[in-house]
Design a protein around this ligand. Structure first.
Ligand SMILES: Nc1ncnc2c1ncn2[C@@H]1O[C@H](COP(=O)(O)OP(=O)(O)OP(=O)(O)O)[C@@H](O)[C@H]1O
Ligand SMILES: [Mg+2]
Length: 318
C-alpha cells in the first residue's frame, strides 16, 4: 500500500490500554488514518492525553496497536530494521545519567554499528550543533532540562536518519534553544529528511510545519496544510515602509472608496521571540548596558523587514 511519496501510512489505527486483568482502561487512539509525505515537516497537535505519544510509540514499534495498520519507510512498524533509518527523541529522557555527552554519543553510535572514526566525527559535529560543546565532559545528571533535551536530539541524529520523530522537542528549552531547534528542524528538511513532531508550542508548530494534524481524545479532528488552514480568506494584508499621517489618511480614503470602512492601519508588532533573542544577542555584545524600550523598538527586525533594504541597514546601526 506504500506509495513512493509516503514515508508513513497509518490506517484505522486504534490503541486501547488495558489494566492488569485485561479490562479496557483508556482508548488512547481511535481509527486514526493519515499519511506523512517524504520530505515534509509534519506537526502533531492535541491537548494533554489526546494520543500523540501513543501514536508515536506505535510508529516506532514500541507499542503494539490494538487494531489497524502502519507502514513506515516501507516496512511494518514491528520490523526493527526500519529503526536504523529513524531518529527518535522521546518525551522523557532515558539517557544514562552517569555518561557525559561524548560517551553518550559513542554509546549510541556503537548500537548502530558506526565505525570508531565516524562515531567521533559525528559526535563532535552533533554536540556542537546542539550547542553543548562547552559541557561535553559533564555527566548528564548535572544537565539542566534544556541541556538534556539538546543531548537527546544529538543522540537522535547519530545514525543520520531519513525520518526524525521528535516528541515535544522544544519542551524545557529557552527561546534561543527553541529558535535553534526550529532552525534545525528546517535544516533537516533541507537535507531531504522527513520530520514528524508533536508540541504544545503552537507558534513553533506554525513556524516550521508544512502540514499538521490535530488529535482530540484519540481522534483525528483536523488535517491539512498550515498555510491553507490558517489563511484568512476574508482579509487582505498590505505591509509597507513607515507611512506619514498624511499618507495614512490618503490610503484610508482609497480604501473607503472601495467600500472598506474601519480598516486597521498601524505599526506591526514584532513578536516577543524577536525581542528576547535580540536582547540576549545585544547583551552579549555590549555587557553592562541596559536597553530602553525606544532602542528596542527602533531596531526590531519586524519593523526593519517591512522597510527597504537601505533603511533596514540604517536602523541596524542605531
Ligand atoms: N501506559 C499507559 N497505560 C494506560 N494508559 C495510558 C498509558 N499511556 C498513556 N495512557 C493514556 O492514553 C491517553 C493518551 O496518552 P498520550 O500519552 O498518548 O497523550 P499525549 O497526547 O502524548 O499527551 P501529552 O500532551 O500530555 O504528552 C491518555 O488518556 C493516557 O492517560
Ligand atoms: Mg505526549
Amino acid at each position: 500500500m506504500q506509495t513512493q511519496d509516503n514515508v508513513i501510512e497509518i490506517r484505522n489505527l486504534s490503541k486501547v490500554y488495558r489494566d492488569f486483568w485485561g479490562r479496557k482502561k483508556v482508548q488512547a487512539v481511535k481509527s486514526l488514518s493519515l499519511d506523512v509525505k517524504r520530505g515534509e515537516v509534519f506537526g502533531l497537535l492535541g491537548p494533554n492525553g489526546s494520543g500523540k505519544t501513543t501514536t508515536i510509540k506505535m510508529l516506532l514499534g514500541l507499542l503494539f496497536p490494538t487494531s489497524g495498520e502502519i507502514k513506515i519507510l516501507g516496512k511494518k512498524a514491528s520490523d526493527v530494521e526500519k529503526n536504523e533509518r529513524i531518529g527518535y527523541l522521546p518525551e522523557e529522557s532515558y539517557l544514562y545519567r552517569f555518561l557525559n555527552a561524548d560517551e553518550t554519543m559513542d554509546f549510541y553510535g556503537r548500537l548502530f554499528n558506526i565505525s570508531a572514526a565516524e562515531r567521533v566525527q559525528r559526535a563532535d559535529e552533533l554536540i556542537k550543533m546542539v550547542g553543548l560543546d562547552g559541557a561535553r565532559r559533564r555527566q548528564l545528571k548535572e544537565y539542566s532540562k534544556g541541556m538534556t533535551r539538546r543531548i537527546g536530539l544529538a543522540q537522535a541524529l547519530i545514525n543520520n536518519p531519513d525520518l526524525v520523530i521528535l516528541d515535544e522537542p522544544t519542551s524545557g528549552l529557552d527561546p534561543i534553544g527553541t529558535r535553534e531547534m526550529k532552525d534545525l528542524i528546517l535544516k533537516l528538511k533541507d537535507e531531504g529528511k522527513t520530520v514528524v513532531f508533536c508540541s504544545h508550542q503552537l507558534a513553533d508548530v506554525q513556524d516550521v510545519s508544512d502540514r499538521i494534524a490535530v488529535l482530540f481524545q484519540g481522534e483525528l479532528k483536523v488535517l491539512g496544510e498550515v498555510d491553507q488552514l490558517l489563511e484568512l480568506r476574508e482579509e487582505t494584508e498590505i505591509r509597507t515602509g513607515n507611512l506619514s499621517d498624511e499618507a495614512i489618511a490618503e490610503v484610508r480614503q482609497v480604501l473607503e472608496k472601495h467600500g472598506m470602512k474601519d480598516s486597521l492601519i498601524q505599526r506591526p508588532r514584532a513578536d516577543l521571540e524577536e525581542l528576547f533573542l535580540k536582547t540576549v544577542r545585544e547583551s552579549g555584545e555590549r555587557p553592562g548596558r541596559r536597553f530602553t524600550a525606544e532602542e528596542m523598538a527602533a531596531t526590531q527586525p519586524a519593523a526593519a523587514e517591512a522597510a527597504t533594504a537601505e533603511s533596514a541597514n540604517d536602523s541596524a546601526d542605531s
